[in-house]
Design a protein around this ligand. Structure first.
Ligand SMILES: CC(C)(COP(=O)(O)OP(=O)(O)OC[C@H]1O[C@@H](n2cnc3c(N)ncnc32)[C@H](O)[C@@H]1OP(=O)(O)O)[C@@H](O)C(=O)NCCC(=O)NCCS
Length: 131
């Protein structure tokens, strides 16, 4: 792998976004993922120059005054545990440096991972229409 980190989805096609959403009840299709990235306020993509595929990504939605929300962070299973996820978080937080409140939802077992980047535990409420 030769990873390059991109902050733009321009030039990336849905065909380069295969293999994500493993184990989801309703996995997003690569085309849906592509649309999500296009519509996001900020993205960081881990792009493997060798395979010409996206192997990880993080996105954020923002009001550009106070709030940003990070809905997704994903690294392809074969590429996990090599620091790519951490690098995506670091680069996204750097992009969001001007934003006061940065929120994300995660399972309790992921909280120690996000604490590494200075994030604080909190509480939240959600609607999930597939439940
Ligand atoms: C979370 C994720 C993006 C991490 O990517 P990565 O490239 O493996 O991250 P890094 O190599 O930088 O760090 C790995 C760390 O992730 C954390 N982690 C990953 N999955 C975890 C899980 N299910 N529970 C707890 N911690 C987890 C661990 O702290 C791990 O550290 P370790 O190597 O010391 O065990 C990746 O595991 C993934 O895509 N998981 C599926 C999607 C997901 O859960 N996304 C987060 C939604 S909140």
């Amino acid at each position: 792998m030769r990873i390059e980190y991109l902050t733009d989805v321009e030039g990336i096609t849905w065909e380069q976004l295969q293999g994500f959403c493993v184990g989801w009840r309703q996995p997003l299709t690569p085309a849906q993922l592509h649309q999500i990235l296009v519509n996001s306020s900020y993205v960081v993509l881990a792009f493997d120059k060798e395979s010409q595929k996206v192997v990880g990504f993080i996105n954020a939605l923002s009001d550009e005054v106070s709030f940003a929300f990070i809905p997704m962070l994903e690294v392809l299973p074969p590429c996990q545990k090599r620091g790519i996820g951490s690098e995506l978080v670091r680069r996204m937080l750097a992009q969001l440096e001007h934003i006061t409140c940065i929120d994300l939802m995660c399972d309790p077992d992921m909280q120690p991972f996000y604490e590494r980047f200075g994030m604080l535990r909190s509480h939240g409420m959600v609607i999930r229409k597939y439940l």
